[in-house]
Design a protein around this ligand. Structure first.
Ligand code: PGA
Length: 278
């Protein structure tokens, strides 16, 4: 039987759940992908962002540069509250893996978080098993793992719910209880990525997915801890739609791609999140 929004709400009422974002700051991650290309560009973006941080005080901000840009970005952000994330990570800790970057290397370079399972990495062949290995490596290195999940398409039968359940349950296999507080889930429907605000998910549909993800997390992890895992949304988040998505959907923040590659548009998003979360 397909899950209805009403059934999901009943689950929440019966569990007496308090939404995570009522308890913690909103988290916004800039996924620079390969948009920002040189240490000079990264340094200039980071310095400008830092200089404007009063405009978005109260919002937890993270930037995810490509690996060679992490040192310059970290140097420009040193002593500020803005943190650094890696965009991907090897499932191995060391050894004969040409091109691999381990979680401990990312930590050493200045990252405190790592994005794992991004759909653009899955499209290049990363399996659910590899994503689980990566996640465990990230947690073992003492870093925060931002686990991306999202369906490629939707249909009336609701197959996307099963896709999300499969992705979450395989990614979170064998996670030690003590590490659950180091997990963030980013829900990014693939069909909404790299488009424009008008093509992003609608707040009502996102509300349903956030509740569904919370229920799935409660099934997969230790229940009371699972309910505190931040659930972010990503997929064509821009200045125009971020406020409605935040206010109407129950997300704990955003993973922003193309609109995070320009410092002005990223700050516009952060300012809207700040206003929306007060
Ligand atoms: P987008 O990318 O904001 O450009 O859609 C989001 C992401 O892929 O993380």
């Amino acid at each position: 039987m397909p899950l209805t929004l009403a059934a999901l709400w009943r689950f929440f009422v019966s569990e007496g759940v308090v939404y995570w974002q009522g308890m913690k700051k909103c988290l916004v991650i800039a996924n620079w992908k390969m948009y920002i290309k040189s240490p000079k560009e990264a340094e200039s973006f980071a310095s400008t962002l830092r200089g404007r941080s009063r405009q978005f005080s109260g919002v937890e901000v993270v930037v995810a540069p490509a690996l060679p840009l992490i040192p310059a970005t970290a140097a420009a952000l040193k002593g500020s509250t803005i943190k650094i994330a890696g965009q991907s990570v090897s499932p191995f800790d060391g050894g004969a893996h040409t091109g691999g970057i381990s979680a401990s290397m990312l930590k050493e370079a200045g990252a405190s978080m790592v994005i794992v399972g991004h759909s653009e990495r899955r499209a290049e062949g990363e399996s659910n098993e590899a994503i689980n290995e990566q996640l465990l490596r990230v947690l073992a290195a003492g870093l925060i793992a931002v686990v991306c999940v999202g369906e490629a398409a939707r249909d009336a039968a609701g197959v996307h719910f099963q896709t999300i359940t499969n992705q979450l349950s395989s990614a979170l296999k064998h996670v030690p209880k003590v590490s659950v507080s180091k997990i963030v889930v980013a829900y990014e429907p693939v069909w909404a990525i790299n488009k424009q605000a008008a093509d992003a998910m609608k707040p009502a549909d996102l509300t349903e997915m956030v509740i569904f993800i919370r229920k799935t997390l409660a099934d997969v992890l230790e229940r009371s801890q699972a309910l505190r895992v931040p659930v972010l949304y990503g997929g064509s988040v821009e200045g125009q739609n971020v406020r409605a998505l935040l206010l109407e959907s129950g997300v704990g923040g955003f993973l922003v791609g193309h609109a995070s590659a320009d410092v002005d548009s990223f700050v516009e998003i952060l300012k809207s999140v700040r206003l929306g979360s007060r």
